[in-house]
Ligand binder design. Structure first.
Ligand SMILES: NC(=O)c1ccc[n+]([C@@H]2O[C@H](COP(=O)([O-])OP(=O)(O)OC[C@H]3O[C@@H](n4cnc5c(N)ncnc54)[C@H](O)[C@@H]3O)[C@@H](O)[C@H]2O)c1
Length: 332
């Protein structure tokens, strides 16, 4: 397959490009707004052609698929352009910056009859895959409660445009917390939300402080550093979300999902299972799990999907995900 890369920053050069190469796909061109950065990536990975605009790349190359690895507010237009040019698309998370954008991309994928996947790599971790299999086999029973946590103590990224609302669309929720929110929803089977209560705030990011992920500019910080929410679903389940870029909390950053079902409960990460049997309570952990690189599995799954009739499951899920996020922001 002939692949093009849109945006040659951190995630493209550490995950997408190396994993396409590892999977045997042929990256024929990269595009980056600043040519020097595109050329550096092309040199590093032996890619032949570099473009400065998406249009130029799509017109001049015969591409089967592209990865979109640019700031979040740019995803939608680039995804639409790539689909219209007949490409399958793997777009980094979050899908876009609103439910309207997610809907547009979903419709465009169906119109073009092309695969549209999003870069939620936590779905592809070995422990997640195992838990998903157990849930589908009914081992947790009916999942009626979930908690998704994405807490950083001092984790405002000091590079890129992660603190720029215009380009990134959001912070603790849309950019960082979205990973765990998506994961909880995915494991719950993406039930239909019927009510959302949200709380968004800027408390610490707008003043200088300790930066464990680099130094950011407090004066231009325009995204949320705090996001909390409660979601109720049509099937009777509920989900609590707690996210931060920067919070006065205990020693470790947390990325976790907890699920409570009628037959068992589970927590990630790492994977623990909680059940009752024969009058006793059990806590279980897998004794051995093969290590897999979730980015490698994500790329393999995308390439495999491109070889078949497209399904629009991930594109549909993105619309639900963004509808919840929209409601949380609306209540800020
Ligand atoms: N899956 C993950 O865990 C994960 C991790 C990091 C980033 N991401 C996502 O990947 C995307 C890119 O993030 P990153 O960390 O690689 O950021 P980055 O800042 O390292 O790279 C972004 C790239 O986009 C380019 N760019 C900026 N403005 C542009 C424009 N107007 N047109 C075209 N290109 C432009 C920049 O030159 C840069 O090369 C974001 O959507 C982010 O949320 C996902």
């Amino acid at each position: 397959m002939n692949i093009g890369i849109i945006g040659t920053g951190g995630i493209a050069t550490t995950a997408h490009i190396p994993q396409y190469i590892a999977a045997g796909a042929n990256i024929v061109a990269v595009m980056n707004r600043t040519r020097a950065r595109g050329e550096a990536a092309a040199r590093q990975f032996g890619i032949e052609r570099v473009y400065e605009t998406v249009e130029e790349m799509l017109q001049n190359e015969s591409l089967d698929a592209v990865s979109v690895c640019t700031p979040n507010a740019l995803h939608k237009d680039q995804v639409l352009a790539a689909l219209a040019a007949g490409c399958h698309v793997l777009c980094e998370k979050p899908p876009g910056i609103s439910a309207n954008e997610a809907s547009e991309m979903r419709e465009a994928a169906e119109r073009a009859k092309r695969t549209l996947h999003y870069g939620f790599h936590y779905r592809h971790r070995a422990d997640t895959v195992l838990l998903k299999r157990m849930i589908e086999a009914g081992e947790l029973g009916q999942i009626y409660a979930a908690t998704a946590v994405a807490l950083r103590r001092r984790g405002i990224p000091g590079w890129g445009v992660f603190t720029d609302k215009e380009l990134q669309g959001g912070g603790a929720l849309l950019d960082h917390g979205v990973h765990m929110l998506d994961l909880a929803l995915y494991l719950m089977g993406y039930p239909k939300p019927i009510d959302v209560m949200g709380h968004i705030g800027q408390y610490l990011g707008t003043r200088p402080g300790v930066g464990l992920m680099g130094t950011w500019d407090a004066e231009t910080f325009s995204v949320e550093d705090t996001a909390r929410a409660m979601v109720k679903f049509e099937n009777g389940a509920s989900l609590m979300f707690d996210g931060s870029f920067m919070a006065n909390v205990g020693p470790r950053d947390t990325m976790s999902v907890e699920l409570r079902g009628t037959e068992g409960g589970a927590t990630l990460f790492p994977l623990h299972l909680h059940t009752e049997a024969h009058g006793a309570l059990f806590d279980q952990t897998p004794a051995h799990l093969e290590h897999v690189d979730p980015y490698a599995v994500q790329i393999q799954a995308f390439l495999e999907a491109c070889r078949h009739e497209p399904t629009y499951e991930q594109a549909d899920q993105a619309v639900i995900l963004h509808s919840i996020i929209d409601r949380i922001y609306e209540q800020a």
